[in-house]
Ligand binder design. Sequence first.
Ligand SMILES: [Zn+2]
Length: 273
Amino acid sequence: MPSEPDADATPTAPDADLEAAIAAVAELLRPARHVFVFTGAGVSTGSGIPDYRGENGVWRTRQPVYYDDFMRSEDSRVEYWDYKLEGWAAFRDAAPNATHDALVKLERAGRLEGLVTQNIDGLHAKAGTSRDRLVQIHGTNGEVECQSCGKREAPDPWFERFRTTRACPTCPECNGFLKPATISFGQSLRTPDLEHASRIAQRADLVLALGSTLSVHPAASFPLLAARRRVPYVIVNRGRTEQDADPMVSLRIDGDVTGIVPAAVDRALANTV
Ligand SMILES: [Zn+2]
């Protein structure tokens, strides 16, 4: 997968530009009633989530474990659980930030058609976004999932057990392999998630792509799917994205999501009934 283009990041906009950015996003948000929000890593950086594709990312020091290997080999399962254990405490302790909270406000105001996130930190769910409006398209670290029967459970006891026994957890129901419910390398995205994301894109009257370089597919194709229907398409991201030059983009803000989106949501909701 492509790396995040941190080296290309532009400086934060000065205050006048920041105010203009907030006003511009709010203006497009105000009349929208079926907002499709798409989020990436830039939404979670304010919550201290480790960036694993960046310079000090975990993939610099570890070989990724492919899904087929996980299913075939106990050694691979141990390697995988060990890698997940390394990041577990950070994920468990991370708290939602002002952007996550703003998107919950948007939903409670009846304006959110759906939220598709590339993030696996579970922070949108933790903030209170409804499960039936949320598509965690690359899965979540917030649950473990049985690879045989699909049963999902809270992750903490299983990490604790692995930490003390070094034995990979199996399903209490069917003895299948338990795995954090993220999409692994070589594992397909879930069909119900793809279908849900597609429905959201088809119903949206505004697309808001936040904190994503829009470079990982198929996830990044959903904002464009909506934009092709000629609904306004807003991108807020610090640094370039792969869709900056797309003629369907109505508004492109280069800046920090947390400095812009919560204020824009407040303003849009304050001025409407
Ligand atoms: Zn099972």
